[in-house]
Design a protein around this ligand. Sequence first.
Ligand SMILES: [Zn+2]
Length: 688
Amino acid sequence: MVTAALPYANGPVHIGHLAGCYIPADIYVRYQRAQKRDIKFIGGSDEHGVPITIRAMKEGITPQQVVDKYHAIIKESFEQMNISFDIYSRTSNPVHHETASAFFKKLYDDGLFEEKETEQYYDEKAKTFLADRYIVGTCPVCGNPNAYGDQCENCGSSLSPEQLINPRSALSDATPVKRKTKHWYFPLKDYELWLKEWVLEGHKEWKNNVYGQCKSWLDTGLQSRAMTRDSNWGIKVPLPDAEGKVLYVWFDAPIGYISATKELTDQWADYWCKDDTKLVHFIGKDNIVFHCIIFPAMLKAHGNYVLPDNVPANEFLNIEGEKVSTSRNWAVWVHDYIKDFPGMQDVLRYVLCANAPETKDNDFTWKDFQDRNNSELVSIFGNFVNRVFVLMHKLCNGKVPPLHQDALDEKDAIIMREIENAKTKVESLLEQYKFREALFEIIDLSRKGNKYMQEKEPWIVAKSLEANPAAQKSIDNTLHICLQLTANLAILINPFLPDTAKKMSHMMKVVDKMLDWENAGKLTLLKTGYSLREPQLLFRKIEDAEITAQVEKLKAGLVKPATQEPAKADEKTKEQAEPKPAIQYDDFAKLDLKVGTIIAAGKVEKADKLLKLQVDMGFEKRTIVSGIAQHFKPEDIVGRQVVVVANLAPRKMRGIESNGMILMAEDNNGKLHFVSPDNKINPGAGVS
Ligand SMILES: [Zn+2]
């Protein structure tokens, strides 16, 4: 049972999605199918959750219209990219509503949920509760006026809505108020010990990035999580006193894998409830906690289902050195690619696999796309296959020549061994989810084919035939072996580049069955005397102009940041130049500004924008966390005098309590400068 993350149906898919999980999942599934293993590949759109209701509100349409529109677009993009789902379903289907409700009800009936009444932010204008993400306000750390209630994207600080200065609803600009509401919490804490054993002891083979993230969650300790939300869009909580409440989207979405399997086959339980099932979730790194901790704990609590065997999550793919941002339109959209490069799906599949963010974030650039196409697909793989076919038609009448055992030499023996070894190598890498390396092995095999052909030079040997007719044997052997190598390349490349494998099968006049994995490594795939078709080019060169056009299109498509995103430096300056409304002296006097001296500075783990500072305030020494790590090195600022807002209420950032805020000035280029006395003075001196 292979699942790929359910894409969220409020936007189209971009190549980062493909690289993150759909291409690796599809390669894995196609490989397993070629191995003739019983496999089902499940996908579908995730159609619930708050962002969809918000998009609907903004566009003046219904949530159903939003998901109908994007489900269709997403589904088409996957089909065009040859992502070979056995079913691509959607979580708004009735079978999913039934399955997810029954799942929830079972946990409820077993008495697993904690019922808790809490106060949540509520937007009285929009008449809806607000998730943290939908509360915006000024960041207390860096002053970004559009920080979210869970995080400031400008300085990277983790925030809670209470910390925002002047909080407002992202929906209506209303000031959020607190209201009581009841929800059902899943006690993750109760599963902590079991999870530690199951993941940390039982799955040491998981990828480092996945294992590491799980470990850090488990080391920090798990909290109960609300599995319901106040909303009218989603799966209704199947309890009598739950009007206006739906299942939390991360409760219902993963159950969608089960529902879609039910939709696909009556034998669905064979894939979900039997111990001999191997369940593999392909996801991007932002989903690790949900697939490695929360969903397994839910499955364990339910008791009837198998647990994932592996969750080979990828990191993120950046575009031209910058993080993908859908709101800024900094992305390469799949439907655009298909339009601009028709029939070239395999090239994108190739580049996204060759450059996959398997162990760390990676960068997609159009230049690299061109280079990999031109120098790997065209010059190595495509060139080898084309030469073999051209020479076979020229020197062997378009038929597979015989292999003369008595004329084999050392070079023939070496390349024949390479063909046999390649199968074992590629297979072992695929089983370990190392798709990049597996792909490189295949390209390497075609590179070796080119080298072999170059060394044997049958076109030169052909010139000596009149004087030495026996030389025909050498020509036959070379081309026979090269043709068997070509057939092997078709089998090996098939999971990665299915269109290319199909073209190769056509040229070789073989049926699909030849591409079965059990045929890989064999040197008897094409029968002697069998006549083959004329070659067709597998790949074409990509010109500089096409690449320039793509880069320009990307830059031109960049939209001005939405209100909720931090403004770019130049826009910010304008914003800041505008004077704020006047205040009275009393307002100013509430601030306790003091001079302090930085006596120690260090980085904050996992927060690339934060520094942890020790500041001598004269009367005491304090810890202050400041969002300046991208502007200053810790060692450079020890000894600096700064102005501190000394009476700012303490708050925790990345687990560190920060006591106070350091004043910074920002220049037109977005660079930060300290505000400090012009001569060194005693720490603790008042500023007024
Ligand atoms: Zn901030």
